[in-house]
Design a protein around this ligand. Structure first.
Ligand code: C5P
Length: 231
């Protein structure tokens, strides 16, 4: 029987683009706050433990006695924080165990997408991630905002999270890329850099990452709609 997953939640960003009075993962949302809602969704997978990667100067230090939490201290970039989360699993996770990495700032991830990813990731040699097909016509621009090209949206996807991989594999891949001076923006791009191709799994596009101030109201509306229609 497949062992339950481990989940790493990088939550050590400063969230400067939100221009808020606190890190965005602690902004109030839907009667709770962003990080608590994200963790609540992830717990549906009954993870062996959830590694919460917090900034050294995190003023709130999220705590939930009912959740199987392990703490780690984040680094300068998201990839460093994920690396710290992987280190915290050393001695806990087995090489073949699945580790899912999910942004703290994505509280709208749907339970059915989490389960769908969990069901396929173990069969994927290069791991898998939730993603959403691009809908709009895509333009490339110069520094002044003038179009230089139209990029075909055929087979173009938005990479979302969670992204899931075997523990030892993700450790080896991330270590190799970081040692080479790369700063992968997500785990999949570390694999890609080594010529490997993780699998994209179509998930709901409302799994947004709260990044800019307007995303906060959008996330609240998404959560309301999900509550009415079932997430
Ligand atoms: O900044 P961005 O929105 O891309 O961050 C995505 C996720 O990575 C957030 O949950 C954020 O808290 C986390 N992060 C981190 N350590 C950093 C930067 C971002 O854990 N140094």
């Amino acid at each position: 029987m497949t062992r339950r997953p481990w989940v790493i939640v990088p939550a050590a960003g400063s969230g400067q683009r939100m221009q808020a009075d606190r890190p965005k993962q602690y902004l109030p949302l839907a009667g709770s706050h962003v990080l608590a809602l994200t963790i609540e969704r992830l717990l549906c997978l009954q993870p062996q433990a959830l590694v919460l990667v917090l900034a050294a100067d995190d003023p709130y230090r999220y705590h939930d006695a009912a959740a199987p939490l392990i703490y780690a201290q984040g680094g300068a970039e998201r990839c460093h924080s994920v690396w710290a989360g992987l280190q915290a699993l050393s001695g806990h996770a087995q090489d073949d165990d699945i580790v899912l990495v999910h942004d703290a700032a994505r509280p709208c991830v749907r339970v059915r997408d989490l389960i769908a990813l969990w069901q396929i990731v173990g069969d994927e040699p290069n791991g898998a991630l939730l993603a959403a097909p691009v809908r709009d016509t895509m333009k490339k621009a110069d520094a002044d905002g003038h179009i230089t090209a139209t990029v075909s949206r055929e087979r173009l996807w938005h990479a979302l999270t969670p992204q899931g991989f075997r523990y030892a594999d993700l450790c080896a891949v991330l270590e190799q890329t970081l040692t080479a001076g790369q700063l992968p923006g997500d785990e999949a791009s570390a694999f890609e850099w080594l010529g490997r191709a993780p699998r994209l799994l179509a998930g709901a596009p409302d799994n947004i990452k709260i990044t800019y101030p307007e995303d906060h109201a959008l996330a609240a509306a998404i959560l309301r709609a999900q509550q009415e229609n079932g997430a």
